[in-house]
Design a protein around this ligand. Structure first.
Ligand code: GTP
Ligand code: MG
Length: 556
């Protein structure tokens, strides 16, 4: 996918801006065929965070003239870019060229007087824009174009898949339709930046950083927004040497453990979000979890957010996945399809439990790609061997070192198709000796299981931990059964390849149907009906036989 296609073009966006956008987009473009330098994860983070700090969110009247709107805001400084989207009303995300413009806008903004209710006078970067004279700007305004923030409907997805030319094309289509857009990525960094403003009331030098699927290249439209409060830079001495015979330390409050410190900080930030954060609703403090967190919804962006603190290892895991996803164009396409397949068959869920997580599934795909001959992905130990002094990273005693410059990793010489890889993935894990072997991306080979959990996937950095400890034997068995069934379906189709042009449900589309519907699909195949009608019927049958939506990605 060329980044230009992901860009929402808005009037006033000059070609140079488009170029700039392309270069700063979150995901390095992939593929061994692509020789353009790829950005380091840390560079992307830094740029995006800085961009977000110059950005504001404006709730607009539905009928608005885009030109007048931009002209009005330009009083505060030049605008770098903007887009509109719909979420219980019309919103505009506006990125100024200079941070000072935000302050200028805030200085010209009043806190509303609320009649019977009272307002908490918190100056955020979310605004309401009202027309002074609504009757002036009505009907003849052309509708501003809106950037879409949701994944395609099941119906649309099945239609697109059926219209594809090959299974490879189907996997790439699914990736293209579900991956985070440029605008959605911007909105994610911006939301973190808003939370940072609130946390900064207590910790002025803090940073709130997104991690997980929002930044690792494997995020689907609609996925949750994982963020962590980074307090590491607080109290760090800027100059290395301080003169004289003395050393000064802050007086601080001591608590019995790191965990208690985390709980206390999150508890206060959670209260603050609940009481003062515009649009932060449903705040839940889940402080007794293994990894304490505050969960809330951010209304204007529509994101379900999980805020943690002290989560540097998770950020490093996100960086590692980002690198793996950017190394070869097949990786993200395969991971997206496997994640969608797992969701369609309820192997994964938005509710925590004994199921496999998307994180574990991604590790399984990476491991599988390391096992190909020649390998498509290098082992983590190899990435560590390429690291230089600057890459060295030890977090809480764990060695998290690996090469950060993607351009130093040689592309793979493997040329297998996505169709083959998908089939082989199901065969590989349909026959994997889960009872005795552990999956280990550090060494890229099966290891003896160190403990008795049904599924053992070694945590890449905290190597004594199993990231899939929660998975039950029955969930693992369900995964194995479905993998075998899917391998068999693809094998059958290989023998009896339907011509894609007659638009029957085929290839990846068949794999994404829950089993109940699949039987019906096979029965219906013989009858000739237009593809759109068959898709519609099938979806109706799924709806009535199951509450699961095959492409419902909310919270996953
Ligand atoms: P989605 O399902 O799309 O949200 O994928 P995700 O990768 O964001 O997963 P999730 O929101 O569950 O977790 C966010 C991040 O936390 C992951 O990307 C990992 O870096 C980390 N993480 C999640 N689960 C585990 C785990 O079991 N062990 C460890 N060490 N890290 C985890
Ligand atoms: Mg997540």
């Amino acid at each position: 996918l060329h980044p230009v296609h992901r860009l929402f073009s808005c009037p006033g966006t000059v070609a140079a801006d488009v170029k700039k956008e392309e270069q700063s987009s979150g995901i390095a473009e992939t593929g061994s065929e692509d020789r353009t330098p790829k950005k380091r994860f840390s560079e992307v983070q830094k740029e995006r965070r800085e961009q977000a700090q110059r950005t504001v969110l404006i709730h607009c009247p539905n009928k608005i003239s885009e030109k007048k709107f931009l002209k009005y805001l330009s009083q505060h400084g030049s605008i770098n870019n903007h887009f509109f989207y719909e979420s219980f009303g019309l919103y505009a995300v506006v990125e100024f060229c200079q941070k000072e413009s935000v302050a200028s806008l805030q200085n010209g903004t009043r806190t509303p007087s609320m009649g019977t209710e009272a307002a908490i006078p918190f100056r955020s970067r979310c605004f309401n824009l009202k027309l002074k004279n609504p009757s002036n700007q009505t009907s003849e305004q052309p509708c501003v174009s809106r950037s879409n923030q949701s994944p395609p409907s099941s119906k649309k997805l099945f239609e697109l898949l059926c219209d594809a030319e090959s299974i490879d094309d189907q996997l790439n289509t699914l990736l293209k339709e579900f991956q985070l857009t440029e605008e959605n990525t911007k909105l994610r960094y911006f939301t973190c930046s808003l939370i940072e403003d609130i946390a900064a009331a207590y910790f002025p030098d803090c940073a709130v950083r997104p991690f997980g699927s929002s930044v690792n290249g494997f995020g689907k439209l609609g996925c949750d927004l994982d963020m962590f409060l980074d307090l590491d830079d607080i109290g760090k001495v800027k100059e290395h040497k301080t003169l004289g015979n003395f050393l000064v330390e802050f007086q601080v409050k001591n608590v019995p453990s790191e965990r208690i410190a985390t709980q206390k900080i999150l508890s206060v930030i959670g209260e603050c979000l609940d009481h003062f954060g515009p649009g932060c609703v449903g705040v839940q403090k889940i402080l007794n979890a293994r990894c304490p967190l505050v969960r809330f919804s951010h209304q204007a962006s529509g994101f379900q957010c999980d805020l943690t603190t002290n989560n540097r290892i998770a950020l490093k895991s996100s960086e590692l996945l980002y690198i793996y996803g950017a190394l070869d164009s097949r990786v993200r396409a395969l991971v997206f399809s496997i994640r969608c397949w797992a969701r369609a068959h309820s192997l994964t869920s938005s509710i925590p439990g004994a199921w496999i997580t998307n994180f574990s599934l991604t590790m399984m795909v990476i491991f599988f790609l390391q096992r190909r001959s020649p390998p498509i992905l290098p082992t983590l130990d190899y990435l560590k061997s390429l690291a230089d002094a600057e890459d060295k990273c030890i977090i809480e005693g764990h060695n998290c070192t690996f090469v950060c410059d993607l351009n130093r990793i040689k592309p793979s010489g493997n040329t297998e198709t996505l169709e083959l890889l998908l089939k082989e993935f199901f065969e590989y894990f349909g026959n994997f000796a889960f009872n005795k072997n552990s999956i280990n991306i550090r060494q890229g080979k099966e290891q003896n299981k160190p403990e008795t959990s049904p599924l053992h996937i070694q945590n890449p950095f905290e190597t004594s931990l199993n990231i899939s400890k929660n998975v039950s034997q029955s969930q693992l068995q369900k995964f194995v059964d479905l993998a075998r069934e899917s391998a068999w379906i693809l094998h059958q189709e290989g023998n009896d390849h339907p011509s894609p042009s007659n638009s029957q449900l085929w290839g990846l589309a068949t794999l994404l149907l829950p089993s109940v519907a699949k039987n019906m699909s096979q029965a219906k195949r013989k009858r000739k009906k237009p593809a759109s009608e068959r898709v519609k019927n099938l979806l109706e049958s799924i709806k009535s036989s199951s509450t699961e939506n095959p492409t419902n990605t909310s919270g996953t």
